[in-house]
Design a protein around this ligand. Structure first.
Ligand code: CDP
Ligand code: MG
Length: 794
């Protein structure tokens, strides 16, 4: 479609400006443009670009026409050559009808909020509007942030395709990878990536426009970025290099941004995009299944498939783990039919064996007559039309899934099959899968809970918010009227919280503070957060960081970066796993590094093998995670080697196995970084009662904590361990951040020596210190915190 002109409403009545760049080729586009914009009266079709040029064309004559508002941008046209199919699909998006209004608002305001239902076209279309309106040029590009990597990658691909532009022009950048080039004009990235860029260039001078997408998700980085941008935008204005900020969100709680006086001096306009949403009939269960919601989902999907006509099924599961269980249960029950289908890619639910299905239901009184299945109710015709003879084509969808597998959900299923997507909440707002007709909503989400006082984290499956439930339901009505089956009762729904709390109020804030300090923000407490974290959490975190020495110049994190290994997650056959764990854990003093040694061994062995998918598969490692670790290690190695040239420190990128001395240093470093996370095993003579058997005492909690069974130290029960984190499941377990490696260091002391003295000596003797430059400050400050901890453990 050719270029177009945006004018402020006030200029509607003015004569249309002439544009010399009009060319005969444009006649072709004329029609499309009118189709695209039924309300073409607002569109100046004279403003045509020169054919073939991809560079913005500024129409000098056009500018005066808009001069009734001098703040308006000069009118610029950038042609985009879209295919007819793409154009047709775009026309169906509600946001297209609002293009004029949106662009006027952006032209006239530095900050604009755009609200619209998921699927209305915000993410894919707004960058295109801006591009066509000439917002990119050699001295500024359009940046779009997404809270999820999967969205950044897939949206850049989609927009490139729609605009018929190469990935060199419409690109993405996520933490470890990207395809950004000098030609990049539209850049999708994760919010974390942009935050890193702010650290290097506070004014974000390479951007003309920043779009913060999915702001309603309230991810921590998004919130910080909005706070920062509320200051950056006026600074850029002052410099005469204005930056446009566009905040895009689903229709949720925008007041947090707009009515927050700490945030914006002038309340930004909020543009509402009406969704072209078809009615979705919501069906509640009469009774709420308490435990087996996974099985309940499965049965519901079978029922829908058996009884209702096509659309596609979108069924939600809340974690990868559960997704596996879900698929497994399907296979167990159904793997006999349609042998030509490879069960690794497909899970097949045959409908000619409905009896088996019913049997499964009667096993479980939840799915019995109490449940209002509501399927085909009063509409026997529908039953006849149902596509139950088709096999179900079942695809998983979650963030960690490889991109090419993710992309499958956007393609039509193989002929003669019916699509069923088993998704985490990625499908809730980030990705819109076309043609979903039925949604089965289990009402659950797996979330991390963090106790600010004790520092205990736990993952819990909990009820979602009403907003999420409605969002999930909405996914069924994108292309035709749909149905949403909620596996809980309406009474339970009424008890859901309205919205879920922003991430920033729910998680540890130490790393947040470090990042903000790295941005030279001294008083984090005064930062204009859209929703500030509790002041006492900020204060406590700051105190801890100072005690750890991590807040000295330059800011260095006191905690070793062990959490990077969290994603190694070993999987596969248990026997093999235990065997490999034992090998990687090493012998003698290496063993004392505990799970960190296992991780180190795994990463080293993988590196040695050339990091091949085969090696990972055979040894129960996740290939994607290993690649990420490899990239991160590359980055860190380069960084360390470039700053440490004078200090005589050189990190060998080949990653040879550590020597014994290095393993000892590592233990000291880990101990130094986790000084407040030390635990001591309760001795036999101290046993108060049985619940303290094999338990550890920590400085932070009164309750017994245990080494997690997945740890290599589980059986060894060393007297002292440090841990990354305590996670509550059936008991309080010492664990690393998310995954399952943990207690790392055993403190060594000779027989018969005063432990306390030895301990202090051990700490103060950290000989590694001098070699590590500024990191040593952090180590040296630690004996204090260690001694404090120690006294509490006695
Ligand atoms: O951002 P918002 O949720 O408002 O919508 P969007 O992500 O821009 O999606 C607009 C439309 O493009 C939806 O109907 C999607 O199904 C479609 N789309 C697609 O077909 N393939 C993609 N890879 C991405 C989006
Ligand atoms: Mg979007």
């Amino acid at each position: 479609i050719g270029g177009r002109m945006y004018q402020p409403k006030s200029s509607d009545s003015e004569p249309e400006p002439e544009d010399e760049s009009s060319s005969s080729e444009e006649e072709k586009n004329e029609e499309k443009q009118e189709v695209e914009k039924p309300s073409a009266s607002n569109v100046n079709s004279a403003g045509k670009p020169e054919e073939g040029t991809k560079k913005p064309v500024v129409s000098q004559q056009a500018a005066p026409a808009a001069s009734s508002k001098p703040s308006c941008k000069p009118v610029v046209f950038v042609p985009v050559d879209r295919s007819p199919e793409i154009q047709e699909a775009r026309l169906k998006l509600p946001i297209l009808a609002e293009e004029q209004v949106i662009m006027e608002a952006i032209n006239e305001n530095p900050i604009v909020v755009i609200c619209g239902e998921t699927g209305s076209g915000k993410t894919t279309q707004v960058p295109q509007f801006l591009y066509e309106a000439g917002y990119t040029s050699s001295n500024g590009i359009i940046g779009i942030t997404e809270p999820r990597r999967v969205a950044a990658v897939s949206m850049s691909q989609r927009v490139a395709k729609e605009m018929n532009l190469s990935h060199r022009v419409v690109s993405y950048q996520i933490r470890y990878e990207g395809n950004v080039t000098d030609e990049t004009q539209i850049k999708f990235m994760t919010d974390g990536v942009l935050l890193k860029e702010v650290q290097k260039d506070f004014l974000l001078l390479k951007y003309k426009v920043i779009i913060i997408d999915e702001a309603h998700e309230r991810s921590m980085y998004t919130d910080i970025l909005i706070g920062l941008l509320s200051r950056i935008v006026p600074l850029r204005e002052k410099k005469g290099l204005p930056l446009k900020l566009i905040i895009m969100s689903a229709t949720l709680r925008v007041e947090d941004f707009t009515e927050n006086t700490r945030l914006f001096a002038v309340t930004p306009p909020v543009l509402q995009v009406d969704a072209r949403q078809f009615p979705v009939t919501v069906h509640f269960n009469k009774k709420t299944p308490l435990d087996d919601y996974s099985g309940e989902c499965f049965r519901k999907v079978c029922k829908i498939h058996r009884m209702l006509p096509s659309g596609d099924d979108d069924d939600r599961k809340e974690s990868v783990e559960e997704m596996r269980k879900f698929k497994k249960s399907r296979r167990r029950k159904k793997a006999t039919v349609l042998p030509q289908i490879n069960l690794d890619n497909y899970a097949v639910v045959p409908m000619d064996e409905g009896d088996e299905d019913r049997e499964a239901e009667s096993d479980d009184d939840i799915a019995g007559s109490d449940v209002d299945l509501d399927l085909g109710d009063g509409d026997s015709e529908e039953e006849e039309k149902s596509d139950s003879s088709l096999p179900l084509y079942v695809l998983p969808l979650y963030s960690l899934l490889a991109p090419e597998k993710q992309a499958k959900v956007f393609r039509p299923p193989p002929p003669g099959t019916r699509l069923c997507v088993v998704a985490t909440n990625v499908a809730e707002t980030s990705l819109t899968i076309p043609g979903i007709k039925y949604v089965v909503d289990c009402g659950k989400v797996k979330k991390r809970f963090y106790d600010k006082i004790t520092g205990v984290s736990s993952f819990r499956v909990t009820w979602i918010s009403q907003a999420s439930a409605n969002q999930r339901a909405g996914r069924a009505g994108r292309t035709e009227p749909g149905h949403c089956y909620r596996l809980y009762s309406s009474a339970v729904f009424m008890d859901f919280e309205k919205f879920s709390a922003p991430e920033i109020t729910k998680r540890p804030v130490e790393d947040l503070i470090l990042q903000m300090k790295a941005l030279n923000i001294e008083k984090v407490i005064n930062f204009p957060f859209p929703t500030p974290p509790p002041a006492e959490a900020l204060a406590a975190a700051e105190e801890l960081l100072i005690a750890l020495g991590a807040l000295k110049e330059p800011p260095v994190t006191g905690r070793p970066a062990v959490s990077e290994e969290e994603t190694v997650k070993l999987k596969g056959k248990k026997g093999r796993l235990v065997q490999m764990q034992r090998i990687w854990a090493g012998q003698g003093s290496f063993q004392k590094l505990g799970d960190l040694m296992v991780m180190l061994g795994a990463v080293g062995a993988c590196e040695y093998s050339g990091c091949t998918p085969k090696f990972c598969e055979e040894n129960g490692l996740r290939y994607k995670a290993m690649l990420e670790i490899r990239r991160l290690r590359g980055q860190l190695t380069t960084a360390v080697n470039s700053v440490c040239t004078d200090a005589g420190v050189y990190v060998d990128p080949k990653m040879k196995p550590p020597t014994e001395a290095q393993a000892t240093y590592l233990r000291q470093i880990v101990l130094a970084g986790l000084g407040d996370h030390l635990a001591r095993r309760v001795q036999a003579e101290e046993l108060l009662d049985d619940k303290w058997k094999n338990a550890y005492k920590t400085a932070l909690l009164d309750d017994p904590v245990f080494i997690h069974p997945s740890s290599v130290l589980f059986k060894q029960l060393p007297e002292f361990v440090v841990y990354q984190e305590i996670v509550e499941t059936t008991k309080l377990y010492m664990k690393d951040r998310v995954s399952w490696q943990l207690p790392a260091v055993e403190v060594d002391y000779p027989e018969g020596i005063d432990r306390f003295k030895y301990f202090a000596k051990f700490l103060l003797e950290g000989k590694v210190i001098e070699k590590l430059g500024s990191y040593s400050q952090c180590l040296l400050s630690n004996p204090l915190i260690m001694l404090k901890t120690w006294s509490k453990l006695q």
